[in-house]
Design a protein around this ligand. Structure first.
Ligand code: 2AM
Length: 172
């Protein structure tokens, strides 16, 4: 019997302590919508969607061949898109983040994976289906990004859960 496909994406995981601080700050804003669980907070680099389990080894080898520099990421601006995503963004996007996304994208495309064609807009989703953006508020969260990861999205009764299947370091 064939195994079901995996819903996969590459992302920058958010360190637990920073994620907790972000979630606490967000919860204090008392927003409408569906908050993303603290342990699920991340910045997507490449969304792969449903993939056969048989491609996992290939994806891990591909990721191990991606080189990039570690960088300081500061999320200091709140955004609200019309699709209801309330998210954090950097007011200044680090060059190393753009270079990492590009290096990963090139390898994935070369290997035949279909990717989002819209320009990369790095963001960390805090709330889905948020109908009203909060008033003026100034977030300021930062961490040193030293790795990227391949995640699988799993469905549980409590909602989606993202589990890292592999992690790869960036150059210090
Ligand atoms: P979002 O936060 O902007 O919704 C797991 O679902 C991750 O993959 C989320 O970060 C989500 O981004 C992203 N994602 C889901 N569907 C996507 C798509 N079609 N294109 C790009 N990213 C997607």
């Amino acid at each position: 019997m064939s195994t079901p496909p995996l819903r996969l994406f590459f992302a920058l995981p958010c360190p637990a302590e920073t994620a907790r601080a972000m979630a606490d700050w967000r919860d204090g804003l008392e927003l409408s919508g569906r908050p993303v669980a603290a342990e699920n907070l991340h910045i997507t680099l490449a969304f792969l969607g449903a993939q056969p389990r048989g491609r996992l080894d290939e994806l891990k080898t591909l990721a191990a061949g991606v080189t990039g520099d570690s960088f300081e990421l500061r999320l200091d601006s709140l955004g609200h898109w019309r699709n209801g995503l309330l998210h954090l963004v950097p007011s200044q996007t680090p060059e190393a983040l753009l270079a990492l996304e590009q290096a990963l994208r090139e390898r994935l495309l070369h290997a035949g994976f279909a990717l989002e064609t819209r320009p990369f807009r790095p963001h960390l989703t805090l709330v889905r289906h948020c109908t009203k953006a909060p008033g003026a508020t100034q977030p300021d969260f930062a961490w040193r990004v030293g790795e990227f990861a391949l995640f699988v999205s799993e469905h549980a009764a409590s909602g989606s859960r993202y589990k890292a299947l592999g992690r790869w370091p960036l150059r210090a």
